[in-house]
Ligand binder design. Structure first.
Ligand code: PLP
Length: 404
């Protein structure tokens, strides 16, 4: 056997690769340990459906595995899937989308990386809501962009407004980009339709690229979500099969791109991933069939019941204020009467009850030298994607813990 010589220098570590950890991973690790010893863990920290892909999708996957080569597809995806996604925009939002503008990606995560690379230079300023989905911040940061997190409190449903964009622009000029998510993670709130239209116009007028994360569309309870595409403009709209379609691990998402980004994104995707997973793409074509939609809508009915249960029972935790949970499967709960150290509180809760929640600092990291009103130290995210009786049991346990 040949001996490998010891390295002469330590490997290089780039600063840009040193992204923030997901603090929920610590909770998941602790939950795994507890599950092994106690077997009573209820993971309300997991941001994914508890159901498999619809039957029609699983059957399409089986047919594709048996009958197709499943080699690489075009970098922008299977043409049948791109056409199916484009037709979904006509049916759902009444907007015509040319399938040539649809890029199929490795989850929506793959779309964000490619779009950020295609649209933003190193040093460009991109705005996002705080609290917000951490991967926007971490990916943009790794790409050398300057992320400005807008403090969004409960009074605006934790969402940015035109007034906030104006205030930023007065002092710093128009940003290169704005990321919106509606419904949002971690709050489940929607941007109201008129505000979404106004922000879309604001961005178009100032040359700011709006990246509209619409991956929770389909999971709304009282009114449907609106797409940024309905207001015209040149927004990038990002979608995914992960959430409504219950296909997180299949890793298929998409972006609807303004014409100018199609070729750069095609080249980037071809280099970064070659293509999205072929079996997932072949199966995803069946996700819009009436049988699949019927199955998926029954999950949404359960999420709605779960939302109502959470809203009804939060007062028993001493929580009396909650921004309207319009969609997705999250409630972002202010627990400031219980703690100012959400990671510690989540750990203690897990130890005492077996219920795992996500500390708010994943979505709004806190710097003790620069405290902000939106610091996630006072919030936790609860995911109600699971079944209703288990959710009820988890809520009972938390009530017993906080009223002990
Ligand atoms: C707001 C938001 N955007 C994007 C993603 C990434 O999802 P995926 O890559 O599975 O489409 C997530 C995942 O939780 C999310 O919550």
């Amino acid at each position: 056997m040949t001996e490998i010589p010891a390295p002469r220098m330590s490997p290089r570590l780039a600063l840009r690769g040193q992204v923030e950890p997901f603090h929920v991973m610590e909770i998941l690790k602790a939950a795994g340990r507890r599950a092994a010893t106690h077997g009573d863990v209820i993971p309300l920290c997991v941001g994914q459906p508890s159901t498999p892909a619809p039957r029609a999708v699983r059957e399409a996957a089986a047919r594709a595995i048996e009958g197709e080569v499943l080699g690489y597809s075009d970098a922008l995806g299977l043409s049948t899937l791109r056409e199916t996604i484009a037709a979904h925009y006509a049916r759902t939002y009444g907007v015509a989308v040319d399938p040539a503008r649809v890029a199929v990606t490795t989850g929506s995560s793959g779309a964000f990386t490619a779009v950020f690379l295609a649209a933003f230079e190193v040093g460009d300023t991109v705005l996002m809501a705080r609290p917000g989905y951490p991967a926007y911040r971490n990916t943009l940061g790794a790409l050398g962009c300057r992320v400005v997190e807008l403090d969004c409190g409960e009074e605006t449903g934790f969402q940015p407004t035109v007034a906030m964009l104006e205030e930023h622009a007065r002092e710093h000029g128009a940003p290169a980009g704005l990321i919106l998510a509606s419904p949002a993670n971690p709050t489940g709130t929607l941007v109201p339709a008129d505000e979404l239209a106004a922000m879309t116009r604001w961005c178009a007028d100032r040359g700011t690229l709006l990246v509209s994360d619409e991956i929770y569309h389909g999971i709304t309870f009282d009114e449907p979500a609106h797409s940024a595409l309905e207001s015209g403009g040149d927004a990038v709209v990002v979608g995914s099969f992960s959430k409504y379609f219950s296909m997180t691990g299949w890793r298929v998402g998409w972006a609807v791109l303004p014409e100018v980004y199609v070729r750069p994104v095609e080249l980037l995707l071809g280099n970064l991933n070659i293509c999205a997973p072929a079996v997932g793409q072949a199966a995803a074509v069946a996700a819009f069939t009436p049988e699949a939609i019927g199955e998926l809508d029954s999950h949404v009915a359960r999420y709605a019941r779960n939302r109502d249960l959470v809203v009804a029972r939060l007062p028993e935790w001493g929580v009396h204020r909650l921004a309207p949970v319009d969609g997705a499967f999250y409630a972002y709960v202010d627990v400031s009467h219980l703690t100012d150290d959400s990671p510690r509180w989540c750990e203690d809760l897990l130890d005492a009850t077996g219920v795992a929640l996500t500390p708010g600092i994943d979505f709004a990291p806190a710097d003790p030298r620069d405290p902000r009103p939106t610091d996630g130290t006072r919030f936790v995210r609860l995911s109600f994607a699971g079944d209703t009786p288990t959710l009820g049991e988890a809520l009972d346990r938390v009530v017993a813990h906080v009223t002990r």
